[in-house]
Design a protein around this ligand. Structure first.
Ligand SMILES: C[S@@+](CC[C@H](N)C(=O)[O-])C[C@H]1O[C@@H](n2cnc3c(N)ncnc32)[C@H](O)[C@@H]1O
Length: 480
């Protein structure tokens, strides 16, 4: 068909109607107009919708959901008051069972773009033990609900930043914040801390950060909870640029007193971040009270977690995930295991009593320090951890350890392992790879490379770590 001719009928900015045929990884619904595909954010299968085209390409378009004209037959009422506005839980309007089926079919479909369905075993998705209040890490942001710039005077723009608040970034308008009263996937304590920190800002009328101008003092509040230990760690992040407000020492004493009333609190931190970007912290951290770490448990193991370390955000779900890794690894006790992208060493340590030796590699120094401490806390002596960048120097890193490995665990971030690092992984020639993925599309891309080099997918299973969101986690057993 001639896409160009069809394209002429569609216009960016115009509104159209259509039925959502299916949902793909990332949570977008597919609507077709004369076979031309439009990806519409927040739409679910079966809905009849009105949408506006926001991006028009030669072979596809992207759209913004304007109105649901007819609900999907299986659609339910979302529990959260912020649903629809907040981008966190896109699928609260589906029953949990429907969410699981959807996630499972997305994973299967991605895998089967690379391998035939009858060549491997696709196992039933495991549900999360907690459906609500499961997130052990919450990153709330201070900011403005609205921002307006008066450009009448070209030399001197006037910024009207309105309604300072604490909440989550608005999807597609990252500079704006949606005030959050209660997040249904946050533990109760995190919602209490949210209210305390909001009140604190209002009382002292502290300025909030504007990521466009890099002005304003209060930036983020990161709450971490040890689901199994009850530990709570609060990290208040401020902008170092606003010296005057930084000098108001008594306000920190006051907030420390307030937060200390909460049961389980183990540390209150104050981090100075002078970077423009929230995701990059380039200042130091002061301990206002208590300690700068917390503990949580997965299975029989206890883990020490620093503010900057990665730790699975659903603790009870992580046990199911690691049990699946253990099952697929099927260790006999004599194996040498390489745990790549090991974070705080959790997977390797979970497998240690079934292996001869574990080696873990991870880029974040603090996470490696935690991994070493975690080995000690759990009296594990057959695990070694090395800090380094797998993309750049896996060769050199492997020279430091025995390069004969029986099993390689891969648990990369969303962008997957990639061709270069996989080439080095292939040289290890391990009999088995257990790949943990949070992105079935990059997993499928990496699987194709492994397939071409003598590996074969044996089993795959999705494990739901993120109920109500479109996020997906899966484990695959790949053998030579
Ligand atoms: C999905 S997490 C997995 C962590 C761990 N396996 C767990 O279950 O907690 C991915 C980890 O890879 C690390 N990482 C990302 N890029 C890396 C790289 N190029 N080299 C080494 N580690 C990397 C991140 O810091 C993060 O800890």
């Amino acid at each position: 068909m001639n896409f160009y001719a069809d394209l002429m009928k569609l216009k960016k900015g115009k509104t159209y109607q259509g039925k959502v045929e299916k949902v793909i990884y990332g949570g977008k619904g597919i609507v077709k107009i004369d076979d031309f595909v439009i990806f519409v954010e927040k739409a679910i299968t079966g809905q009849e919708i009105e949408f506006q085209i926001t991006k028009l390409k030669k072979t596809y378009a992207q759209g913004k959901l304007k109105k649901v004209l007819k609900k999907a037959p299986n659609e339910i009422v979302a529990k959260c008051q912020h649903f629809g506005e907040c981008g966190g839980c896109k699928w609260q309007n589906l029953s949990y069972e429907d969410q699981l089926n959807l996630k499972s079919s997305i994973v299967k479909e991605n895998i089967e773009q690379v391998v035939d369905a009858d060549t491997y075993s696709y196992e039933e998705i495991l549900p999360s033990p907690q459906k609500w209040q499961y997130r052990n890490k919450l990153d709330f942001s201070y900011g403005y609900q609205e921002m307006k710039i008066d450009k009448t005077d070209k030399e001197n723009w006037i910024y009207h930043d309105l309604y300072p608040c604490l909440g989550f970034h608005r999807p597609k308008k990252f500079e704006l914040i949606i005030p959050i009263e209660k997040c249904e996937i946050s533990p109760e304590e995190a919602n209490q801390i949210l209210a305390i920190m909001q009140k604190f800002r209002n009382k002292h009328d502290l300025s909030v950060h504007n990521p466009k101008t890099h002005k304003g003092f209060m930036r983020n509040v990161i709450v971490r909870k040890g689901e199994r230990t009850g530990d709570l760690l609060v990290n208040i992040i401020v902008n170092t640029q606003d010296k005057q407000e930084g000098e108001k020492k008594q306000i920190w004493e006051e907030i420390t007193q307030d937060l200390r009333q909460l049961k389980g609190i183990v540390g209150i931190l104050l981090t100075y971040n002078k970077s423009w970007n929230d995701a990059v912290i380039d200042g130091h951290t002061d301990v206002l009270w208590g300690q700068d770490f917390l503990h949580d448990k997965i299975g029989d193991l206890t883990f020490k977690i620093s503010p900057e370390s990665f730790f699975q955000t659903n603790t009870l779900g992580a046990k199911k995930l690691y049990d699946t890794v253990q099952e697929f690894a099927a260790l006999q006790g004599s194996e040498k295991v390489l745990d790549l992208y090991c974070g705080t060493g959790t997977i390797g340590l979970y497998l240690a009593n079934k292996a001869k030796q574990i080696y873990g590699i991870e880029i974040i120094e603090a996470a490696i320090e935690n991994a070493k401490v975690n080995a000690k806390i759990n009296k594990i002596e057959n695990a070694e951890f090395i800090c380094g960048n797998i993309d750049k120097s896996l060769n050199i890193l492997l020279e430091k350890v025995d390069s004969q490995m029986d099993l390689v665990i891969l648990d990369p971030p969303r962008n997957g392992v990639g061709k270069k690092a996989l080439e080095r992984v292939l040289k290890i020639n391990a009999k088995k790879i257990v790949y943990v993925s949070c992105n079935p599309t990059t997993f499928a891309r990496d699987l194709e490379i492994l397939n071409k080099n003598g590996y074969k997918l044996k089993k795959a299973r999705a494990v739901d770590m993120f109920p109500h969101t479109h996020h997906i986690e899966m484990v695959a057993e790949i053998v030579r």
